[in-house]
Design a binder for this molecule. Structure first.
Ligand SMILES: [Zn+2]
Length: 163
Protein backbone atom coordinates (compact mmCIF):
# COMPACT_ATOMS: atom_id res chain seq x y z
CA UNK A 1 0.00 0.00 0.00
CA UNK A 2 1.58 3.27 -1.14
CA UNK A 3 0.65 6.91 -0.63
CA UNK A 4 -1.37 8.27 -3.57
CA UNK A 5 0.12 11.73 -3.00
CA UNK A 6 3.85 11.13 -2.46
CA UNK A 7 4.38 7.43 -3.22
CA UNK A 8 5.83 6.54 0.22
CA UNK A 9 4.98 3.19 1.76
CA UNK A 10 1.97 3.42 4.08
CA UNK A 11 1.79 1.92 7.55
CA UNK A 12 -1.32 1.21 9.58
CA UNK A 13 -1.87 3.51 12.52
CA UNK A 14 -4.63 3.54 15.09
CA UNK A 15 -7.08 6.41 14.79
CA UNK A 16 -9.63 6.96 17.52
CA UNK A 17 -13.18 5.94 16.53
CA UNK A 18 -11.88 4.61 13.19
CA UNK A 19 -9.49 1.75 13.98
CA UNK A 20 -6.39 0.95 11.92
CA UNK A 21 -6.08 3.37 9.01
CA UNK A 22 -3.27 3.68 6.43
CA UNK A 23 -0.86 6.42 7.48
CA UNK A 24 1.85 8.22 5.47
CA UNK A 25 4.97 9.25 7.48
CA UNK A 26 6.11 11.61 4.69
CA UNK A 27 2.82 13.51 4.45
CA UNK A 28 2.19 13.13 8.18
CA UNK A 29 -1.44 12.29 7.44
CA UNK A 30 -3.96 9.47 7.44
CA UNK A 31 -4.87 8.28 3.94
CA UNK A 32 -8.35 6.85 3.94
CA UNK A 33 -8.72 4.38 1.07
CA UNK A 34 -10.67 5.48 -2.00
CA UNK A 35 -12.84 3.09 -3.91
CA UNK A 36 -15.31 3.49 -6.77
CA UNK A 37 -19.09 3.21 -6.46
CA UNK A 38 -21.23 1.52 -9.07
CA UNK A 39 -24.93 1.05 -9.67
CA UNK A 40 -26.24 -2.47 -10.13
CA UNK A 41 -29.65 -2.72 -11.79
CA UNK A 42 -32.30 -5.38 -11.38
CA UNK A 43 -34.18 -4.36 -14.53
CA UNK A 44 -37.89 -5.30 -14.63
CA UNK A 45 -40.65 -4.59 -17.16
CA UNK A 46 -43.66 -2.47 -16.17
CA UNK A 47 -45.73 -5.55 -15.23
CA UNK A 48 -42.80 -6.68 -13.03
CA UNK A 49 -43.04 -10.24 -14.33
CA UNK A 50 -39.86 -10.22 -16.41
CA UNK A 51 -36.23 -9.52 -15.52
CA UNK A 52 -33.61 -8.34 -18.02
CA UNK A 53 -30.25 -10.09 -17.61
CA UNK A 54 -27.05 -9.40 -19.51
CA UNK A 55 -24.30 -11.62 -20.82
CA UNK A 56 -21.21 -9.42 -20.72
CA UNK A 57 -18.69 -9.52 -23.56
CA UNK A 58 -16.67 -12.73 -23.56
CA UNK A 59 -18.57 -14.25 -20.61
CA UNK A 60 -20.84 -17.28 -20.52
CA UNK A 61 -23.06 -16.47 -17.56
CA UNK A 62 -25.81 -13.92 -17.10
CA UNK A 63 -25.51 -11.03 -14.67
CA UNK A 64 -27.36 -7.86 -13.82
CA UNK A 65 -26.64 -4.64 -15.69
CA UNK A 66 -24.14 -2.46 -13.84
CA UNK A 67 -21.90 0.53 -14.32
CA UNK A 68 -19.60 2.88 -12.47
CA UNK A 69 -20.96 6.15 -11.17
CA UNK A 70 -18.95 8.96 -12.72
CA UNK A 71 -17.23 11.62 -10.65
CA UNK A 72 -19.78 14.27 -9.76
CA UNK A 73 -22.73 12.12 -10.83
CA UNK A 74 -25.59 10.84 -8.63
CA UNK A 75 -26.75 7.22 -8.65
CA UNK A 76 -30.10 8.50 -9.98
CA UNK A 77 -28.34 9.96 -13.02
CA UNK A 78 -26.10 6.92 -13.54
CA UNK A 79 -29.06 4.49 -13.76
CA UNK A 80 -30.81 5.85 -16.88
CA UNK A 81 -27.46 6.74 -18.47
CA UNK A 82 -25.97 3.26 -18.06
CA UNK A 83 -29.14 1.49 -19.19
CA UNK A 84 -29.37 3.69 -22.29
CA UNK A 85 -25.68 3.23 -23.12
CA UNK A 86 -25.82 -0.55 -22.81
CA UNK A 87 -29.28 -1.32 -24.26
CA UNK A 88 -30.92 1.89 -25.58
CA UNK A 89 -33.84 1.09 -23.24
CA UNK A 90 -35.46 3.86 -21.19
CA UNK A 91 -35.49 3.57 -17.41
CA UNK A 92 -38.95 4.69 -16.28
CA UNK A 93 -38.47 4.63 -12.51
CA UNK A 94 -36.21 3.05 -9.92
CA UNK A 95 -36.02 2.40 -6.23
CA UNK A 96 -33.08 1.59 -3.98
CA UNK A 97 -32.82 -2.03 -2.93
CA UNK A 98 -29.50 -2.97 -1.28
CA UNK A 99 -25.74 -2.46 -1.32
CA UNK A 100 -22.76 -4.77 -1.11
CA UNK A 101 -19.02 -4.40 -1.30
CA UNK A 102 -17.76 -6.38 -4.30
CA UNK A 103 -14.24 -7.53 -3.32
CA UNK A 104 -13.14 -8.82 -6.71
CA UNK A 105 -13.38 -5.34 -8.23
CA UNK A 106 -12.90 -3.31 -5.03
CA UNK A 107 -16.13 -1.41 -5.59
CA UNK A 108 -19.23 -0.57 -3.55
CA UNK A 109 -22.30 -1.69 -5.54
CA UNK A 110 -25.67 -0.01 -4.98
CA UNK A 111 -28.50 -2.14 -6.32
CA UNK A 112 -31.71 -0.58 -7.57
CA UNK A 113 -34.86 -2.19 -8.89
CA UNK A 114 -35.26 -0.39 -12.22
CA UNK A 115 -38.44 -0.40 -14.29
CA UNK A 116 -37.74 -0.15 -18.02
CA UNK A 117 -39.88 -0.04 -21.14
CA UNK A 118 -39.69 -3.19 -23.26
CA UNK A 119 -38.47 -1.46 -26.40
CA UNK A 120 -36.03 -2.56 -29.04
CA UNK A 121 -32.71 -3.53 -27.45
CA UNK A 122 -29.54 -2.21 -29.09
CA UNK A 123 -26.47 -3.48 -27.27
CA UNK A 124 -23.15 -1.68 -26.97
CA UNK A 125 -19.79 -3.49 -27.15
CA UNK A 126 -19.78 -4.32 -23.41
CA UNK A 127 -22.75 -6.70 -23.73
CA UNK A 128 -23.01 -9.79 -25.95
CA UNK A 129 -26.64 -10.59 -25.21
CA UNK A 130 -29.59 -9.30 -23.18
CA UNK A 131 -32.66 -11.44 -22.41
CA UNK A 132 -35.95 -10.94 -20.64
CA UNK A 133 -36.50 -13.88 -18.28
CA UNK A 134 -39.31 -14.90 -15.97
CA UNK A 135 -38.27 -14.71 -12.29
CA UNK A 136 -37.79 -18.51 -12.26
CA UNK A 137 -35.62 -18.45 -15.39
CA UNK A 138 -33.62 -15.50 -14.06
CA UNK A 139 -32.88 -17.44 -10.85
CA UNK A 140 -31.65 -20.33 -12.97
CA UNK A 141 -29.52 -18.32 -15.38
CA UNK A 142 -27.79 -15.83 -13.10
CA UNK A 143 -24.19 -16.72 -12.24
CA UNK A 144 -24.18 -18.60 -8.93
CA UNK A 145 -22.49 -17.25 -5.83
CA UNK A 146 -22.11 -13.79 -7.37
CA UNK A 147 -23.00 -10.34 -6.13
CA UNK A 148 -25.48 -10.25 -9.03
CA UNK A 149 -27.22 -13.36 -7.67
CA UNK A 150 -27.32 -11.87 -4.17
CA UNK A 151 -29.04 -8.72 -5.48
CA UNK A 152 -31.34 -10.61 -7.85
CA UNK A 153 -32.67 -12.98 -5.16
CA UNK A 154 -33.26 -10.08 -2.76
CA UNK A 155 -35.00 -8.04 -5.44
CA UNK A 156 -37.21 -10.97 -6.49
CA UNK A 157 -38.26 -11.43 -2.85
CA UNK A 158 -39.14 -7.77 -2.62
CA UNK A 159 -41.07 -7.82 -5.93
CA UNK A 160 -42.91 -10.97 -4.81
CA UNK A 161 -43.92 -9.42 -1.51
CA UNK A 162 -45.72 -6.56 -3.26
CA UNK A 163 -48.17 -8.85 -5.07
ZN1 LIG B 1 2.42 10.66 1.39
Amino acid sequence: MYCRDCGAKLTLRFLENEGLIPYCEQCGAFKFPFFPVAVSMTVVNRAENKILLARHAGEEDYKLFAGYIKKGESAEKAIPRELREETKLTAVKWRYHASRYHDAKDVLMLNFIVTADEGEIVLNEEIDEACWFTPEEAREHVIKGSTAEYFLLGALNELGRKK
